[in-house]
Design a protein around this ligand. Structure first.
Ligand code: THU
Length: 158
């Protein structure tokens, strides 16, 4: 079996270069970041997703003193969509974060568990999810599909 996976991404110096609709999503992700409960890592993450009915759903990381019980912002947002908007499609997902855990200039990227959940969301809805990652120094990465973040990912079925 041959598996060809090449992909392209866009890189902007600042998220203010994004189209207005995306800038609104970034704003909402920063707003969501304020509700992060992150007393253990002090790393605050915010996510905003735009659905195909144009609703914006947000999430933030929620930690717990029993560390593994906490959940990342991306999964908080996507599971909220699954539970409350099961018929909607996720068009675009924006991720922002702030904290010393990651140096300001280092690019942010979703963790493996979140990529797994993002991939299943994309597969379930049979529509690509655009991902906008805003770094702490405002540099912005735009990825066209979750498959680009998780090639050879595990998934059930054919
Ligand atoms: N975190 C996220 O919310 N998203 C990620 O993709 C990576 C990490 C959270 C989990 C934890 O609350 C904190 O950031 C530090 O790992």
């Amino acid at each position: 079996m041959k598996y060809d996976h090449s992909f392209s991404y866009e890189f902007l110096a600042n998220w203010k270069e994004l189209p207005v609709a995306d800038q609104i999503l970034v704003d909402r992700a920063y707003e969501a970041m304020e509700s992060a409960y992150a007393p253990y890592s002090n790393f605050r993450v915010g996510t905003a997703v735009r659905l195909d009915n144009d609703a914006i759903i947000t999430g933030s990381n929620q930690e717990n003193s029993a560390y593994p019980s906490g959940l990342c912002a991306e999964r908080v947002a996507l599971f909220h969509v699954g539970a409350n908007y099961p018929k909607q499609t996720v068009q675009t997902m924006c991720i922002v974060a702030k904290g010393d855990l990651i140096p300001v200039k280092k690019m942010l990227s979703p963790c493996g568990a979140c990529r797994q959940v993002m991939l299943e969301t994309e597969n379930r809805q049979n529509n690509k999810i655009r991902i906008i990652i805003v770094n702490q120094d405002s540099r912005t990465l735009i990825i066209n599909s979750v498959i680009d973040l998780l090639p050879f990912g595990f998934s059930a079925g054919e």
